[in-house]
Write a protein that binds this ligand. Structure first.
Ligand code: COI
Length: 358
């Protein structure tokens, strides 16, 4: 399928941020976006790059009512060699297709999605920031558009990609965050939609996050929905604990998001000879390890957050300091390795970098 390109007129283009050191997250978008439509029996059609702007939906569009919406989060980087690179982008589109299957939405053609993304980035290449810690955030999104209020899969969808320059996701940057271990609300249960990257999982998290923010915490750590016993994820990122010499994260049991950065964090230390376990980890094991000194580090891992060290956990009214409230050695080494690969400062033995080119 031929992608049509309708560039924005020069006088409609927006000013780029003057100061890259002040970039936040998710509030700036470039001059263009990619769009295409889907209709049952016809498939995807009309792939196009157009000026960034509002979308028009029927007020009855099913995605707005019943949550048939999925998205992805990935990044492009300006490498130290001056070229642009995507990081593991095909893995994001594969995950999007798994999310689509769970929410009864159509499959994307991954080569087409990759071509669309590459062309969009190239058209808006001047928006890709180059300062340390900055990148181009990419948000592919699919939403059901049938104007119909019965509950069933929609027959029509829109897929779009928007992009924009970002800095750190958390205002703390690489400074350790304070995490509240949530034992009242739950994010997702096994058998539900927790492993799909879909709006409902984020909607489920907002009230708990608001209550935690009001108490001075950056995020909540979710426990399993049945026993409120096992650690799951943070909602904006997956979570890892280093107890003695073992790096531990929750297994992909259906209720947590299969993070791409999570996968990188599992593979890299394994190659350094550090033991990484995907196993159920009870919050009581974490707090006991914090008390006896065997909890060495804890950190979150996600595309937006990269590696985010945890400096304090609070569970059932008790505070547990982690790594003396500083970034641990393994967290720092992992951050340096992942960021080094992304910015072409290090070798890429995994083949994760994808050059963005014509
Ligand atoms: C990402 O890390 O890209 C995500 O989609 C998480 C979101 C909360 C920003």
């Amino acid at each position: 399928m031929e992608i049509q390109v309708n560039p924005a007129a020069p006088d409609r283009r927006k000013p780029k941020p003057a100061d890259e050191s002040n970039l936040g997250f998710g509030d700036l978008f470039t001059d263009h976006m990619f769009l295409m439509n889907y209709e049952k029996g016809r498939g995807w059609y009309d792939p196009r790059i157009v000026p960034y702007g509002n979308l028009e939906f029927d007020p009855a569009a099913m995605g707005l009512h019943y949550g048939q919406e999925i998205f992805e989060g990935l990044k492009a980087y300006r490498g130290r060699d001056g070229r642009l690179y995507l990081f593991r982008a095909t893995d994001n589109f594969k995950r999007m297709n798994r999310s689509a299957a769970r929410i009864c939405m159509p499959d994307l053609d991954i080569p087409l999605a990759m071509e669309a993304l590459q062309r969009l980035i190239l058209l808006d290449r001047d928006w890709v920031p180059g300062s340390p810690g900055t990148s181009l955030y990419i948000r592919p999104t699919m939403i059901a558009t049938d104007p119909f209020l019965g509950v069933r899969p929609s027959h029509r969808y829109i897929f779009y990609i928007i992009i924009g320059p970002v800095g750190a996701y958390y205002k703390e940057g690489l400074n350790p965050v304070k995490i509240y271990v949530e034992d009242k609300y739950i994010r997702a249960a096994v058998g539900g939609i927790g492993e799909a990257k879909t709006a409902g999982n984020y909607a489920a998290s907002i009230l708990a996050a608001e209550e935690a923010h009001a108490k001075g915490y950056t995020q909540v750590l979710w426990l399993d929905a049945v026993e409120r016993k096992y650690v799951e994820e943070v909602g904006t990122m997956n979570i890892f604990f280093v107890i003695n010499d073992e790096v531990i994260t929750a297994p992909l049991n259906g209720s947590i998001l299969p993070g791409i950065t999570r996968d990188s964090v599992i593979r890299i230390p394994g190659d350094w000879g550090v033991k990484v376990s995907e196993r159920p980890l009870a919050i009581d094991e974490v707090t006991a390890a914090a008390e006896d000194g065997s909890l060495k580090e804890a950190f979150g891992a996600g595309t937006a957050a990269v590696i985010s060290p945890v400096g304090q956990l609070t569970y059932k009214g008790r505070d547990y300091s982690v790594a003396g409230g500083r970034m641990g050695d393994l967290s720092q080494r992992l951050y340096d390795e992942i960021v080094g690969i992304q910015y072409v400062e290090k070798e890429d033995p995994y083949g994760w970098r994808i050059p963005v080119e014509e």
